[in-house]
Design a binder for this molecule. Structure first.
Ligand code: SAH
Ligand code: SF4
Ligand code: F3S
Length: 470
């Protein structure tokens, strides 16, 4: 049996490398290397995509800048998950018109999930005429080709037709960190949760070949990366389109067998596909961090059904029990939506009670935002904004109390942490992360950055732990 999702032929990817080389030659004629700035919105998947965009821009002879000021090229990698995210992008893209007036040769590109929404592409075409290039996530691997078309002044380029997407390997990457790395293991989503835009803008689920993923991790480990996160909209669907019987637990186990002093994490797990086999691998593999992000979205089974999540409240609680039976101290985080169309305050109480029952370490809380083209956007939504906000506030209050209680239980313990950066004030000149990814502030010499250290936890807040070198 062959894989069931398409792979871009190597020669097509190689052609992109040739376009990069051509542009590099043109840029080399300039008195100084031109500057490119990539601005990223949204999830880790987009962060990983931006590392590819920067890799391609470097291959084209650009130097990566930390700001849009004075940049010859600006790339905005956008997110469409909620209205608020889109408004921010429109505001910031609108403001770029002034810079472009001063420097008409500047090239402005907009890519990512918003570019794939037909009404957004139309709005950019009509009213944001200073944007030169617009392309969706499935066209990312063709960035050099599309960019070259604009560079050679052939007018504006829009590459936003709907696309299921494919796998493209061999693109250059420029990673942002030297300690932590993202590794995409799959792209797209087939779940069609009724509120969510992602399946419409990111195409169908498709998995990268396990050998390619594992050799990328091997290389990262060899280069001293300490923290590697495997990425996918639903990593638990990994391998369904591959031959050879690969699934996510098997991939995770194989990654965990790679030598080196690093921890593995993964995002995101859909509860319906989080299996006991996965929990067994997490429990049995020292390199897999004892942490899982398992979005529950709602604690009420009717709402879950309307969301098309395909699990019940009880099934979610059973998964948590099965996980904690194997890893009692596992750090558990989640996403939740308040104010889904038709949700009553009584149904919302089930969300609160689920939070009390599970006691998550941290929660990402969202007020429902209608997304054009999704089924939920057509559902009756009688609850007022005020009711939703009041429920949202209760949710945040409840979780803050639980987060603080959970953090208090760390006080007096010693945690092996990765010291990962400089802190912001004198009380904490360094930041670190526990294996479960809790933030720790401490004092110490900056030469410790990049090392593991035992840290005694002495204090905490709702959002962080405070400690000292043990
Ligand atoms: N693939 C991931 C989620 C990606 S989106 C998963 O299934 O877990 C991240 C979170 O944004 C979701 O878990 C959900 O809680 C929230 N979200 C998605 N669409 C939303 C919408 N229309 N309104 C509000 N929150 C939304
Ligand atoms: Fe969206 Fe659901 Fe897919 Fe997550 S699993 S990306 S919430 S459709
Ligand atoms: Fe946003 Fe696209 Fe990620 S919509 S959350 S950037 S997949």
């Amino acid at each position: 049996m062959k894989r069931t999702t398409p792979v871009i032929p190597a020669e097509d990817v190689r052609r992109q490398t040739e376009y990069c080389a051509q542009l590099r030659a043109l840029n080399a004629e300039k008195p100084a290397p031109p500057l490119a700035y990539v601005d990223t919105y949204g999830c880790q998947q987009n962060e990983a995509d931006s590392e590819l965009l920067r890799g391609m821009l470097c291959s084209m002879g650009y130097e990566i800048a930390g700001t849009d000021q004075g940049a010859d090229v600006i790339v905005i990698n956008t997110c469409a998950i909620r209205e608020h995210a889109e408004q921010r992008v429109f505001g910031n893209v609108g403001a770029l018109v002034h810079g472009k007036r001063k420097n008409p040769r500047q090239i402005i590109c907009l890519c990512g999930c918003m570019a794939q929404e037909p009404h957004v592409a139309e709005k950019l075409r009509q009213t944001y005429r200073h944007v030169d290039l617009v392309f969706g996530p499935q066209q990312l691997w063709r960035f050099p080709e599309l960019f070259r078309r604009v560079y050679l002044r052939r007018g504006r380029v829009f590459e936003t037709a709907p696309s299921d997407g494919a796998i493209a390997e061999g693109l250059p990457v420029r990673r942002s960190g030297e300690l932590k790395a993202w590794v995409s293991i799959m792209y797209g989503c087939n779940n069609f949760c009724s509120y969510c835009i992602v399946p419409y803008v990111r195409g169908r689920e498709r998995s990268r070949e396990p050998e390619i993923i594992l050799s990328e991790i091997r290389e990262l480990a060899r280069r001293g990366y300490k923290d590697i996160t495997l990425l996918g909209q639903n990593v638990n669907s990994y391998g369904k389109d591959l031959e050879g019987g690969w699934d996510f637990p098997r991939l995770l186990e194989a990654a965990g067998a790679i030598p080196g002093d690093f921890l593995l994490r993964f995002m995101t797990s859909h509860p319906k596909d989080a299996t006991e086999k996965l929990f067994d691998v997490m429990a049995g593999c020292e390199k897999v961090a004892p942490v899982i992000h398992l979005p529950f979205q709602s604690g009420n089974t009717r709402v879950l059904q309307a969301m098309n999540r395909r699990y019940t409240r009880e099934q979610y609680l059973d998964k948590v029990r099965a996980l904690r039976a194997r890893i009692p101290s596992v750090v558990l985080t989640s996403d939740v939506i308040v104010g889904f169309p038709g949700e009553t305050t009584e149904e919302f109480e089930d969300t609160l009670s689920l939070i009390e029952a599970v006691r998550f370490d941290a929660l990402f809380t969202f007020i429902y935002s209608p997304r054009k083209g999704t089924p939920a956007a057509e559902m009756p939504d009688p609850q007022t904004r005020e009711e939703k906000s009041a429920n949202f506030d209760r949710l945040v209050e409840t979780q803050n109390r639980i987060s603080l209680e959970k953090h208090r239980s760390y006080i007096g313990t010693v945690q092996r942490c990765l010291i990962d950066g400089a802190g912001k004030d004198s009380r904490s000149s360094l930041t670190a992360r526990t294996a479960g990814n809790r933030l720790v502030h401490l004092n110490g010499d900056s030469s410790l950055i990049g090392q593991y250290a035992d840290i005694r936890i002495t204090d905490c807040s709702t959002w962080a732990l405070f400690g000292e070198l043990a």
